[in-house]
Ligand binder design. Structure first.
Ligand code: NZQ
Ligand code: ZN
Length: 390
C-alpha cells in the first residue's frame, strides 16, 4: 500500500425527509445569503424546491435561485451563476439535484472567489485554492459529487468536457434522502448505477500490491450494486434498496475505497468525449466504454481481472486458463449492464464510427502523449478502445 492522507470533512445527513434540515445546516456552516442552484425542473415538479425554500425561510436565511443546469453542465450557466452571486452578495451555494447541478455549483463557488476566468481550473492553468462553501441536497445516486472534491464542466466554446479538483470544493454538507430518488426514470437510475460501479473499477484496477482492505471494500460496493440495482429497476419505490444504492454512490467516489493505491481513470476520460459530443448520460457512455477498456487491457494483469471475475461475478477460477476466467468476468459485467437497460455499444448509444478520429483528437493526452494509472494509453490505444466499443 502507498502512503496517503485522507480528509473527507463533508457532513452527511442521511434518511427520510432530511431535506427539512437544510436551512439549519446552511446556518451551521455560516451561510446567510444562499444561491439555490438546480437543474431542468425535476426538483420543481417533485415539490423539493419548495421544501428547501421553506426550510431556509424558517431559519431566516435569505436566498436567490438559478435553475436550468443541464446534464453535462455547461460553462454558460456557470458564468451566469458567478455574476448573480456577485450581484446578490451570496455567501453559500446550495445545489439541489444531481451531479450536474452540484458540479455547476462547485464551479460557481470557485469562480466567485477568483479574479480570472473560472475555466482556468478546468484547463489545468490554475489549481483551485478558494471557493464559497457548497452544500447539496442530492436527488440521484450516481456521480458521487456530493462527497467528492471534483467538478466536471463542458465549455461551450469547443464543447470540451474537463474536470477540476480541489479540497475547497468538497461539499460542507450533503443531504441524502433516498426517497427523493424514487421519481427517477429507470434509465437514469441505471445510468447512475453504472457510474457508481465505474468509480469503483477505476480504483480496483491498480498496479499497487498488498491492498486487501481497499480491494475488499471495492468488492463489497460492487456486490451491493449488483444485488440492489435490479430491485429498484423492478420497484422504483423500494426504499431500502434506494438507500443502499445512495450510500454506495457516495462511498464509491469520496475515495475511501481508493486510498493508498494507484488508480486508472482512462475509461472516464474516454467516456467524457462521448458525453461532450453526443450529450448522452455519463453512465450510459461508461456502459459502452468500460467493458471495452477492460477487454483491451486484460493482458496487463490477467490475475486481477480473474480475481474480479471470481469475487464479484461468482465465476469459477480456471487455473489452467486464468484469462478465460478474466474474460468471463468482463462478459458478466456487460450482461449485467444490458440487463439493467444500458447501451453496450456505439450504435445503441447513438455514437458514430466516423466520429472516432474527432473523439481521439479531443481526448486530452497531456504532455507525455500517454495517460492512465493502471495502463498508460497512447492515442492509438484510445482509438482501438473506441473501435472495440463499436
Ligand atoms: O435536470 P433535472 O430536471 O433535475 O433532471 C435530471 C437530469 O435530467 C434528472 N434527475 C435527477 N434527479 C432526479 C431526476 N429526475 C427525476 N427525479 C429525480 N430525483 O436526471 C438527469 C441527470 O441528472 P445529472 O445531475 O446530470 O446526473 P448525474 O448525477 O449522473 O451527473 C452527471 C454529471 O456528473 C459528472 C458527469 O460527467 C456528468 O456531467 N461527473 C461528476 C463527478 C464528480 N463531480 O465527482 C464524477 C463523475 O465521474 C462524473 O464525471
Ligand atoms: Zn463517473
Amino acid at each position: 500500500m502507498e502512503n496517503f492522507s485522507f480528509y473527507s470533512p463533508t457532513k452527511f445527513v442521511f434518511g427520510k425527509e432530511t431535506e427539512r434540515r437544510c436551512g439549519a445546516l446552511v446556518k451551521e456552516f455560516g451561510g446567510s445569503k444562499v444561491l439555490i442552484h438546480y437543474g431542468g425542473g425535476s426538483v420543481v415538479r417533485s415539490g423539493l424546491l419548495d421544501r428547501v425554500k421553506k426550510s431556509l425561510t424558517e431559519v431566516g436565511v435569505q436566498f436567490c435561485e438559478l435553475g436550468g443546469v443541464t446534464p453535462n453542465p455547461r460553462s454558460g450557466k456557470v458564468y451566469e451563476g458567478i455574476e448573480l452571486c456577485k450581484k446578490e452578495n451570496v455567501d453559500f451555494i446550495l445545489a439541489v439535484g444531481g451531479g450536474s447541478s452540484i458540479d455547476s455549483a462547485k464551479a460557481i463557488a470557485m469562480g466567485v472567489c477568483y479574479d480570472g476566468d473560472f475555466w482556468d481550473f478546468y484547463s489545468g492553468k490554475e489549481r483551485p485554492k478558494k471557493a464559497l462553501p457548497v452544500g447539496t441536497v442530492l436527488t440521484i445516486a450516481a456521480a458521487g459529487s456530493e462527497g467528492s472534491g471534483d467538478s466536471v464542466i463542458t465549455h461551450e466554446n469547443g464543447m470540451l468536457k474537463r474536470g477540476a479538483s480541489g479540497e475547497c470544493i468538497r461539499p460542507r454538507f450533503s443531504i441524502l434522502n433516498p426517497q427523493l430518488t424514487t421519481t427517477l426514470p429507470a434509465y437514469q437510475t441505471a445510468c447512475g448505477a453504472t457510474d457508481i460501479m465505474a468509480h469503483v473499477f477505476e480504483r480496483y484496477f491498480t498496479n499497487t500490491t498488498d491492498v486487501q482492505t481497499t480491494d475488499r471494500l471495492c468488492e463489497a460496493v460492487l456486490l451491493s450494486m449488483i444485488e440492489e440495482t435490479p430491485k429498484v429497476i423492478k420497484d422504483p419505490n423500494d426504499y431500502q434498496a434506494r438507500a443502499n444504492i445512495m450510500w454506495a454512490g457516495m462511498v464509491a467516489h469520496n475515495n475511501i475505497v481508493g486510498v493508498g493505491r494507484e488508480q486508472d481513470w482512462n475509461s472516464h476520460g474516454i467516456e467524457h468525449e462521448l458525453s461532450a459530443l453526443y450529450d448522452c448520460a455519463h453512465g450510459a457512455g461508461l456502459a459502452v466504454i468500460m467493458p471495452a477498456w477492460m477487454t483491451y487491457v486484460v493482458d496487463h494483469d490477467v490475475m486481477r481481472f480473474a480475481q474480479m471475475a471470481c469475487r464479484v461475478w461468482n465465476c469459477k477460477m480456471d487455473f489452467q486458463n486464468p484469462k478465460k476466467t478474466a474474460l468471463e468476468g468482463i462478459a458478466a459485467f456487460r450482461s449485467f449492464l444490458k440487463s439493467i437497460g444500458m447501451p453496450i455499444n456505439f450504435s445503441e448509444l447513438g455514437a458514430k464510427e466516423s466520429d472516432i478520429p474527432y473523439l481521439v483528437k479531443t481526448f486530452g493526452l497531456g504532455e507525455t502523449g500517454k495517460t492512465g494509472g493502471f495502463v498508460q494509453l497512447t492515442s492509438k490505444d484510445v482509438e482501438n478502445i473506441y473501435r472495440l466499443a463499436l
